[in-house]
Design a protein around this ligand. Sequence first.
Ligand code: NAP
Length: 237
Amino acid sequence: MGTDRVKKVCIIGASGKLGQYMVGHALERGYEVVGVCRERSVPKLAAFEGRMTVVPGATNDPEVIRRAVAGCDGVLTVLVPWGVRQYASGTAQAVLDHARPGARLVFSCGWHITRDGKDRYSRLFTLGVRIAAVLGKLVRAVEIDDQVEACRRVFASDTRWTVVRGSSLEEGESQGLPVWSRHVGDPVLAGNLTRRVDFALFMVEALTDDTLVREAPAIVGRLTPSALAHAGASQAP
Ligand SMILES: NC(=O)c1ccc[n+]([C@@H]2O[C@H](COP(=O)([O-])OP(=O)(O)OC[C@H]3O[C@@H](n4cnc5c(N)ncnc54)[C@H](OP(=O)(O)O)[C@@H]3O)[C@@H](O)[C@H]2O)c1
């Protein structure tokens, strides 16, 4: 899809940190922006008042999503595993069901999501994810398994999806578009750090990058030592 064909985008989870950065990038590109966030989080979008439309509601509510994505050429979705009510899979399903056919769908998650099982994780990383999954479920705050299910549904769909897998994140000024690779464990990703503002940049850029359709890029900041060491080497084809 050429840039000229993206005019209106929906950002699901717009009030979060990643979401707000995505709103900013989308407005900078001149897109018409619709954001979805929980009713109580609407004030977090005050800085964008008058420049975007906000649809308040739960992101896993099909009716809310149906209204929000109407007429959108692209949908950017923050897949969060918070709560134990299948929030991530419900959100993904609502987007898959209601976005218009042919729309670009870009979802966010972390490195722990694997598409083809070929990612190579350090023992420490795997242990960390397991502990987070067990503890999160125990205190009924986080449901990592449900984010896995959300991505499984996206991977299985015949929509024009991209699942952007974020490394560890930090705040700070933009360093430019992150670099990516198909598999965690590839040397270019060793730096395991991305500025959140650049994660958002990658998500918004993906809307108009057809080479990312049906890809699950794992990203890392372009100024991390591993990215710099591999600068000039081609990215995943
Ligand atoms: N944090 C990391 O280190 C990290 C690393 C790699 C990838 N990622 C991925 O990056 C994306 C954004 O993550 P982030 O950490 O930067 O968070 P974030 O942008 O601050 O987003 C948090 C989102 O979760 C929502 N939320 C919070 N509590 C909730 C609840 N109880 N029920 C429903 N929604 C709730 C927030 O909505 P409200 O504004 O309404 O609270 C907000 O939209 C996610 O897809 C995540 O998997 C994160």
